[in-house]
Design a binder for this molecule. Structure first.
Ligand code: SF4
Length: 292
């Protein structure tokens, strides 16, 4: 085992487990909502989920989690805020990028990817069904349609150009992930993708919190509908897995290498003293994280 990813529920509630893991695994990633600050000595990258700014985030998450998380992780070189784009929050991208740049944290993007149950309820036109299916409109949902995907691509490109050290993304991936036809070849019979790089294999295992093997689960998000999946970590693994799509020209191969750099900045942190959060004064001249 060379790299650990810790997610689901809230890993920051079990920092004893993370500290124990860090004694054996020096590289890894914690997925967190950012409301509890992780021990500065933990050597892992931290991806903090964001669903909106202020009231917008509160509507989807029940509280303004972003403001608290930004306070907790200001100037922490491990932290990347991952904004899940949906049909209602796209126009927050410029403001989000500015706030993250000012706070000395990085930002990247994922896309709302419905669960199989959400898709089924939408197909059945069942709106406002209980506590767990609150967001739906006639003819619409949180999912990005063709226009929304195009708008997301434009907004991310502009943010990347305006804040290249803050925005962890690549123009090549930005074009790839926003293909309106989707990014996976899904078998209509099984609902499973033929070309997803995040499928569980003998080399990529998942374990429950009691350390039992997750077994034959299709991936780490087995309740997501593969037809419309655009989750960021899974998509990045998939595009990098499909190197043959990028070998036709020097330019396309250069795109693939740019996506690798995008991946590296997201998933690896520097060795040495950058493993701990440095005080703001030391980070005054912020630079992108160097190679691990
Ligand atoms: S990562 Fe997405 S596309 Fe891949 S198996 Fe899981 S839900 Fe399906």
């Amino acid at each position: 085992m060379t790299y650990g990813q810790f997610g689901g529920a809230e890993p920051a509630l079990r920092q004893d487990v993370l500290r124990a893991a860090a004694r054996h695994l020096t590289r890894g990633l914690v997925f967190s909502n950012g409301t509890i600050r992780l021990d500065p000595a933990l050597p892992y990258a931290i991806h903090i989920s964001v669903w909106g700014l202020g009231e917008q985030g509160a509507r989807l998450r029940g509280a303004d989690v972003f403001t608290k998380a930004l306070r907790n992780y200001r100037d922490d070189p491990r932290a990347t805020f991952v904004f899940t784009l949906n049909a209602e929050n796209l126009e927050s991208v410029p403001e989000l990028a500015r706030l993250c740049a000012e706070a000395g944290v990085r930002v990247s993007f994922s896309h709302f990817s419905p669960t199989l149950e959400y898709s089924r309820l939408l197909d059945d036109a069942q709106a406002e069904k209980g506590d767990y299916f609150r967001i739906s409109r006639d003819g619409g949902s949180l999912m990005l349609d063709r226009d929304g995907l195009a708008r997301a691509q434009d907004l991310i490109a502009a943010a990347l150009d305006a804040y290249p050290e803050t925005v962890v993304y690549s123009h090549a991936f930005n074009r790839w992930i926003h293909r309106p036809e989707g990014v996976y070849d899904v078998d209509p019979q099984t609902g499973l993708p033929a070309n997803c790089g995040s499928r569980v294999t003998t080399h990529y295992r998942h374990f429950h919190t009691d350390m039992t093997d997750a077994g034959d689960a299709k991936c780490c998000t087995p309740n997501i509908d593969c037809r419309t999946c655009r989750l960021y970590a899974q998509s990045l693994a998939s595009v990098l897995h499909r190197v043959q799509e990028f070998t036709a020209t020097e330019a396309s191969f250069s795109d693939w290498l740019d996506i690798w750099e995008h991946w590296r900045r997201l998933f690896l942190v520097e060795r040495g003293d950058a493993l701990v959060a440095r005080p703001p004064a030391e980070r005054a001249g912020r630079q992108p994280l160097a190679a691990a």
